[in-house]
Design a protein around this ligand. Structure first.
Ligand code: SF4
Length: 159
């Protein structure tokens, strides 16, 4: 249905907008299944990506993708998110019930409230630094030579 699609949707946060969004690798319409629905496909390229459906179901990406697609395609049902683990040649499909999506949205609202209440945002080096737009633009105050590859470069060998 669509490849590499940036999607956003606006939710309510105590009367103010809460914008959720992300870049979907793929969005498929499951016409072949009797119940139909939209399936979000996310490609994972790392060697150590989890295949644990319990964890993937609770991943913020699963919650955000599902909420945003549901909001942007009213009337459609979201069949779930399929994580394709390319290095492990396997995929894991997870889906959220309506109640789980509601609980996920409340969880995101709690996070947003905590962020709004914070006044200090110290930069904290983490494994995602090589992909951080702030760092790529040369604006991170602490990023110097984080020992992880930049996108497109080979990962370090397994120990
Ligand atoms: S590169 Fe800097 S700003 Fe970006 S995530 Fe890392 S520490 Fe934070």
């Amino acid at each position: 249905m669509a490849l590499e699609k940036k999607l956003e949707a606006v939710f309510d946060l105590d009367g103010e907008p809460l914008v959720l969004g992300g870049r979907l690798d793929r969005l498929d319409r499951l016409d072949r299944q009797p119940e139909g629905g939209l399936e979000i496909v996310d490609y994972k390229t790392g060697r150590r990506e989890t295949a644990d459906a319990y964890l993937l179901k609770r991943d913020l990406a699963t919650i955000i993708y599902s909420l945003v697609v549901l909001r942007r395609y009213p009337g459609a049902s979201v069949a779930g998110v399929r994580y394709v683990l390319l290095r492990r040649a396997m995929d894991v499909a997870v889906s959220l019930t309506e109640e789980e999506m509601d609980a996920g949205l409340e969880h995101l609202r709690r996070i947003a409230r905590e962020i709004k209440a914070s006044r200090d945002f110290p930069a904290l080096a983490n494994p995602l630094c090589p992909w951080c737009e702030i760092q790529i633009k040369g604006q991170c105050p602490i990023y110097v030579d984080y020992p992880l590859p930049m996108p497109g470069q080979p990962e370090p060998p397994e120990e």
